[in-house]
Design a protein around this ligand. Structure first.
Ligand SMILES: Nc1ncnc2c1ncn2[C@@H]1O[C@H](COP(=O)(O)OP(=O)(O)O)[C@@H](O)[C@H]1O
Ligand SMILES: [Mg+2]
Length: 482
């Protein structure tokens, strides 16, 4: 025993103990070493796996057609894929780390645009998708991108940066721009074509109508000319005829005085021919013949006025003559017929000097407006009896006057016919617009009237109408234009 009371062991025992302890320690070390090796192997495996999955991730990212990048909250790059590195002019994606857009080949304003967008996404926490933006890439090529940017969150939900992807849409964008330009060009062409077509239609209508009017004019002029000769012949011979008759009557008187007892044959003849009545009636008859001839002569003059050949230049024209001659041409439509009494025509002509214009064309306008008025009256007569119409007669009022400043000749043509319904008021001057049946209306009258008044004469044409009450057209033509 030693001093501490520990039983003393023999040296052999001590050695054995030591050896045992040593062996145990060795075994433990061995176990530890094995465990360490195991752990190292595991760690190496994990690292291998990690690298493999990183490579896989990179491979995935590099295979995607999009460029991919991610940045921290300050828009400093943390990583990207190969596509992005290519656009940025970097030889590998790793080089991006720590760089900002200011280090990239993009233009200054592009960089600022990207960073502003980054800030918005980081502050709002909301992704921005489908942003179309320009980018000057490392090859100096100006491209168009369609970019998506989304906030990146850490495990606690805090926004730590942004993830962005984009696709090069330059070709699409260029096609879009080209298409837009093409569309614009097309639109412009369509507008031009439409205008040209309208112009063409107008002139075609004009031509047709002018052709008709000129055929009518020629016909009327021909008739007027043919009438004027025999009329002149008649009126030239009527006076001598009257004189001869007077002479003969005087001679008869003389006979009666000289021969107081004519034979029975003469007495019988006097009886048969009713000499007294004949003597009374013959001068009257001659007189009415003369009246008739005078009327034919005046009609002939009117016809000639109406058919005045259209001149290339404006000529002075008395509007009232034009209106009167047009009324004459339309007389057959104004006369009484079985359905209605004659249409009353009120000519309220003011003091209007001759104005410089194209008379043939103005007559055409008067004709179109007056014919429309007659149509409107006929339509309002539908379902009314003769006496009902008589109680409220069909009436056309033609008023002429000078404007207060004497600059315009104003012609108003008013009817108390059917009127114009509200829904068609804006259309009645349109080409080919008509409410009349096939064969009755062409829809040309007012379109042509407007063309002649507005474009040819620099005037105005307007109308006012109340349904069932009537319609008034007002034309204004400048007086002094040369
Ligand atoms: N005085 C009027 N009263 C009522 N409607 C009218 C009158 N004048 C024109 N209109 C309306 O305007 C349309 C177009 O007239 P217009 O161009 O002369 O063609 P059309 O007489 O061949 O129909 C007519 O169909 C008619 O509906
Ligand atoms: Mg008409």
């Amino acid at each position: 025993m030693d001093k501490a009371g520990v039983p003393a062991i023999s040296p052999n025992e001590a050695v054995t103990h030591l050896e045992q302890a040593l062996n145990q320690a060795r075994a433990e070390i061995e176990t530890l070493k094995q465990a360490q090796a195991q752990e190292k192997k595991q760690r190496e495996q994990i690292e291998l796996d990690l690298r493999a999955s990183q490579r896989m991730l990179q491979l995935v990212m590099d295979t995607l057609p999009e460029a991919i990048f991610w940045k921290d909250r300050n828009s400093t790059y943390l990583g990207c894929n190969q596509n992005f590195a290519d656009d940025a002019g970097l030889s590998s994606p790793e080089e991006i780390v720590g760089k900002t857009d200011f280090d990239m080949p993009w233009k200054r304003e592009e960089t600022e645009f990207y960073r502003a967008c980054d800030r918005r996404v980081i502050l709002s926490g909301k992704a921005e998708l489908g942003i179309t933006e320009p980018q000057l890439n490392s090859e100096g090529k100006q491209t168009w991108l369609e970019t998506n940017k989304a906030p990146l969150h850490d495990s606690s939900g805090r926004i730590i940066g942004i993830l962005g992807t984009y696709q090069d849409i330059t070709e699409r964008k260029q096609a879009e721009i080209a298409l837009q330009e093409l569309n614009q060009k097309l639109e412009l062409q369509t507008i031009e074509l439409t205008a040209a077509l309208e112009q063409l239609q107008q002139s075609q209508l004009q031509l047709i109508q002018r052709e008709k009017m000129s055929a009518l004019g020629n016909l009327i002029a021909g008739v007027a000319h043919e009438i004027s000769n025999p009329v002149g012949f008649l009126s030239g011979n009527l006076q001598p005829a009257k004189d001869y008759v007077k002479d003969l009557f005087e001679l008869l008187d003389l006979y009666q005085q000289e021969v107081s007892h004519p034979g029975p044959a003469i007495a019988e003849k006097i009886d048969i021919i009713e000499l007294d009545y004949l003597r009374e009636d013959l001068p009257k008859l001659l007189h009415s013949m003369q009246e008739g001839i005078r009327r034919i002569a005046s009609i002939s003059t009117s016809l000639r006025t109406f058919s005045r050949a259209d001149t290339e230049h404006r000529v002075p024209f008395q509007l009232h003559e034009g209106l009167d001659s047009t009324l004459l041409i339309l007389k057959h439509r104004l006369k009484a017929n079985e359905q209605r009494p004659a249409i009353q025509i009120i000519q309220d002509y003011g003091e209007v000097p001759p104005i410089r214009c194209f008379p043939g064309q103005l007559n055409q306008v008067f004709m179109n407006l007056l014919a429309n008025a007659v149509d409107a009256l006929d339509e309002s007569n539908q379902g009314k009896s003769f006496s009902e119409i008589q109680a409220q007669p069909n009436r056309i009022t033609i008023t002429t006057q000078l404007s207060a400043d004497q600059q315009w000749a104003i012609i108003k043509i008013k009817d108390n016919g059917i009127g114009v319904t509200k829904d068609i008021k804006h259309k009645i001057f349109d080409n080919l617009f008509t409410t009349k049946g096939v064969g009755k209306g062409t829809g040309l009258g007012l379109a042509i009237a407007r063309q002649i008044i507005v474009e040819k004469h620099g005037g105005k044409i307007e109308f006012d109408s109340e349904l069932g009450q009537g319609t008034e057209f007002a034309i204004e033509i400048p007086v002094t234009t040369v």
